[in-house]
Design a protein around this ligand. Structure first.
Ligand SMILES: Nc1ncnc2c1ncn2[C@@H]1O[C@H](COS(=O)(=O)NC(=O)C[C@H](N)c2ccccc2)[C@@H](O)[C@H]1O
Length: 530
């Protein structure tokens, strides 16, 4: 990834999402903004100038509906040039977009609609959604514009001027506890995050950045900001194709992708089934991952196949989009057991806080990550209580009125100043009265030469109590002489209560819609077989 001159003061862009991202159109209108490969042998390029004109046309069509600034628009689409133009048009028209995947179950869509009460539901021209509740206007969009099928209910427009503190978008997290939470991100927060991210020079104008996450996952919004903010191009990869190694590698090859951004699981099948084709992509010079820890055996294998690639570990939560970008040493030294998260991006600060609320300053002491940042979310839509629990007074100066993000993540600061992820606060589980950090069990399992990935879970027992179960995937061609091998291997270094009572070998670990390991599915699998 090439080096860029430091942005001058003249480059400081207005604080709206669309103006920040379309700014490169001013001085590089013909540069590619989106490069797509809808089918083998066919590639379509959308320039910055074309993206801007699509955005203007769609924003005009939205403006004609005279919706009140801040009205919500459900944007049901995968990442594509038209969807990107629609997203930017919502921003330009002062509307708040709520991205959802076309695969979103009807009931979940209706829950989201019931929560945010959108004025409009928009989908791609070829979208399959049919029964959108009557109270919501509907429309379809493509390269040629917006077709309104059902006009939004007319509300007397209390015209006001859109402001950078307005919500740019609302992203619904899976919500570990029942009802999904709507994370509200303002224009000002997103643009502040983009500025902090771009300071890392992860991409330049000649980069083509493959985005493999669904549009409803803010990783895709990070990728859009990274590409357009760097004057580079977005290469959308449909989440439906990501899981097929040959499709993924074909798209990367035909679009000339130079960087691939995705959660660790997108590499699992490629590493197992198409290592040679991956190594042949000599134009691939960057990988950025986020969302969960990258199992080290798989990361090391990826580095073997892409020895010159810059690999960036990006950590953070949707409530601030992300917060740190750390280069992974390539190759990763043998003795490394935990990847560094580095420190917060410029303009933000990570604090570690102990259970008594004191800020932890010593190295190698675990605390809960609290983030000071200009990119913090505005709150959870319609949930002031959950907001208060997450945006908490600055632990260093509660009187100041400044709020920091309480992440729910544990970390320790290494002597090198970089933070190491140490699991979730709720991943500290009690097994027969003993506190177990699931990550520690997983790290021991992936230290076994035949194991490529591992997930440990507390398994409730029918008769009460909890036992520790683990699920592992093995390296290609590797089979365990005796499943007890893994058990013995764990018992060599872990106290008895941390040795999983049950270890299951799976061909593949189930993943969520966002591509993270699906622990709920594993629990169900374990329960089903119990
Ligand atoms: N690099 C990591 N190592 C280890 N655990 C991690 C890591 N990145 C997240 N996580 C975990 O995922 C949680 C956040 O989950 S989330 O709110 O669904 N958001 C995401 O996963 C994506 C996040 N918004 C994002 C988007 C784009 C770039 C980076 C991060 C964090 O609190 C961590 O527990």
């Amino acid at each position: 990834m090439s080096q860029q001159p430091h942005p001058s003061a003249a480059d400081l862009r207005p604080d709206f999402l669309h103006s920040f991202l379309l700014d490169p159109a001013r001085h590089s209108p013909d540069a590619p903004a989106v490069v797509e490969s809808p089918e083998a042998g066919r590639t379509t390029v959308t320039s910055y100038a074309e993206l801007r004109s699509h955005t203007d046309a769609l924003a005009g069509a939205l403006g004609a509906l005279e919706l009140e600034p801040g009205s919500r628009v459900i944007l049901e689409a995968d990442t594509s040039a038209p969807a990107l133009a629609m997203l930017l048009a919502c921003s330009q028209a002062g509307l708040t977009f709520v991205p959802v995947s076309p695969q979103t179950p009807q009931q979940r869509l209706e829950t989201l609609i019931d929560t945010v009460r959108p004025a409009l539901h928009l989908q791609a021209a070829n979208g399959n959604r049919t029964d959108v509740p009557e109270a919501v206007g509907t429309g379809r969009f493509d390269r040629d514009g917006l077709t309104v099928e059902r006009a939004p209910a007319h509300r007397p427009p209390r015209r006001r001027t859109p402001c950078p503190t307005d919500p740019a978008y609302i992203i619904f997290t899976s919500g570990t506890t029942g009802r999904p939470k709507g994370v509200v991100m303002s224009h000002r927060a997103v643009v502040a995050f983009y500025r902090g991210m771009l300071a890392h020079r992860i991409a330049g104008p000649d980069d083509r950045i493959a985005s493999t996450s669904p549009l409803q996952f803010d990783f895709s919004l990070l990728n859009i900001g990274l590409a357009l903010g760097s004057g580079a191009a977005v290469v959308p990869v449909s989440p439906q194709l990501v899981r097929w190694p040959r499709h993924l590698l074909r798209i990367l090859r035909e679009t000339g992708a130079t960087q691939v951004n995705g959660v660790p699981s997108i590499w699992r099948q490629v590493l197992r089934h198409e290592p040679k084709r991956l190594a042949a992509l000599t134009g691939l010079r960057g990988v950025l991952f986020c969302g969960e820890e990258f199992p080290l055996p798989e990361l090391r294998r990826l580095q073997e196949l892409l020895p010159t690639a810059r690999i960036v570990n990006c950590y953070g939560a949707t409530e601030s989009m992300a917060c740190s970008f750390e280069d992974v040493p390539n190759p990763l030294p043998e003795e490394v057991e935990r990847l560094s998260l580095g420190t917060a991006h410029p303009g933000a600060e990570i604090l570690l806080v102990d259970p008594d609320g004191r800020v932890v300053d010593e190295p190698d002491v675990v605390g809960e990550i609290h983030l000071r940042s200009p990119a913090l979310f505005s709150g959870y839509w319609g949930d002031p209580e959950a907001t208060r629990a997450t945006l908490v007074p600055d632990p260093l100066c509660p009187e100041s009125g400044q709020y920091v993000l309480r992440s729910g993540d544990l970390a320790l600061r290494g002597t090198d100043g970089g933070y190491r992820f140490a699991g979730r606060v709720d991943s500290q589980v009690q097994i027969n009265g003993n506190r177990v950090e699931l990550g520690e069990v997983e790290r021991r399992l992936t230290a076994h030469p035949g194991v490529t990935a591992a997930t440990a879970l507390p398994l409730p027992l029918p008769g009460g109590g909890t036992q520790l179960a683990a699920f592992v995937t093995l390296a290609t061609g590797h089979c365990l002489d005796d499943p007890g091998d893994l058990w013995t291997f764990c018992a060599e270094t872990l106290p008895p209560y941390m040795v999983p009572q049950e270890i299951r070998v799976l061909d593949r670990l189930p993943t969520t819609a966002h591509g993270k390991v699906d622990r709920t599915a594993l629990l169900a699998e374990a329960g089903a077989r119990a």
